[in-house]
Ligand binder design. Structure first.
Ligand SMILES: Cc1ncc(COP(=O)(O)O)c(C=O)c1O
Length: 323
């Protein structure tokens, strides 16, 4: 099979049974490796779908300048897809961005707009949103893609990731575990899989310190998972249960994936592993779980896989109440 662009290589990711990590539990855990997308994460899906649907509907055209507030996987995925379509892209980022992600976005041709002023809550979220809105007005053809509110974010997972999962996993599925941030992935997968598995229980894995489910805000260091505001896409009916995972547990989940399965994954994959492990005592034997490993570990060498960083997280955890 020869594809006509890197964008066409997005999707058709494999599903693997994590049978070494969950050996002896009597529970089958299957993980879709979204980390194997060409941009390195599940965010390739919404990036491709948002841009292609925009081009199809005429919302995006040759004169459009794409704008998004993102410092991570979506920025990289958008930069890749935008480049393949020869569309200009500006990513609004803040000083907390990892040097690796910044370099990847730059190399892929994205313009970087760095905000440096803290907002009234001491973070950068509101400053970034204000900047994006300003750029949308000022830049000719400016269009804010807004992953937190864009329906094509969750629809990408409904039409593609979820459809593939339903086809790849034959037989019953009892549980779906998904790490959340914009909640696009969980909403799309839940909607799609419940069509064929109506008794499916959908468990959201959120970061301790994230506010999506009404828990108090707090410091959190694992990128990709959690949010400091409730996304417009949040659809509580798609979710049956929530499990909070803290930074230490997520890091240990990553190490367990590495040790038992040889999978070098990003922080939110560790959160998912830790979340499943927390729930195991109340999951009946013979159950079948599906999950998704959102991104690769290479971008976390100066965080999750850095020994000094790990030690700092352990120290912080000793001084703070664990979720
Ligand atoms: C590594 C990683 N895990 C999980 C998520 C959560 O996905 P969603 O935004 O669809 O809820 C993201 C989203 O940015 C991510 O980058």
């Amino acid at each position: 099979m020869v594809y006509s662009s890197v964008v066409d290589c997005i999707g058709q990711t494999p599903v693997v049974r994590l049978e070494r990590l969950f050996a002896g539990t009597g529970i089958e855990v299957m993980a879709k490796l979204e980390m194997l997308n060409p941009g390195g994460s599940a965010k390739d899906r919404p990036a491709k779908y948002i841009i292609q649907e925009g081009l199809r509907s005429g919302l995006i055209h040759a004169g459009t300048h794409l704008i998004e507030s993102t410092s991570g996987n979506l920025g990289i995925a958008l930069a890749m897809v935008a480049r393949a379509h020869q569309l200009p892209l500006t990513c609004v980022v803040d000083p907390k961005i990892s040097g690796t992600n910044l370099e990847i976005m730059r190399r892929l041709g994205a313009k970087i707009d760095m905000v440096t002023e803290l907002d009234e809550q001491g973070g950068y979220l509101n400053t970034r949103v204000a900047r994006v809105k300003w750029l949308e007005q000022q830049v000719p053809g400016g269009l804010w893609l807004n992953q937190y509110a864009n329906e094509n974010n969750w629809l990408a997972h409904y039409h593609h990731t979820g459809k593939e999962m339903a086809e790849q996993v034959s037989g019953k599925i009892d549980y779906l575990f998904v790490a959340v941030s914009t909640t696009g992935t969980i909403r799309g997968l839940s909607r799609r899989l419940k069509e064929t598995h109506p008794d499916l229980k959908v468990v959201a894995i959120d970061a301790a310190g994230s506010v999506i489910f009404g828990t108090p805000p707090g410091p959190r260091w694992i990128p990709g998972i959690g949010a400091s505001r409730v996304p417009e896409l949040f659809h509580p009916e798609s979710i049956d249960e929530v499990v909070l995972v803290n930074d230490l547990e997520a890091m240990e989940g990553c190490m367990a994936l590495l040790e038992h399965e040889g999978i070098l994954a990003g922080g939110s994959s560790g959160s998912v592993v830790a979340g499943i492990q927390k729930c195991l005592p109340r999951i009946p034997e013979g159950s079948r779980i599906v999950t998704l490993l959102p991104d690769r570990g290479e971008r976390y060498m100066d965080s999750v896989y850095d020994l000094e960083w790990q030690e700092r997280i352990r120290e912080l955890s000793r001084g703070r109440t664990l979720a």
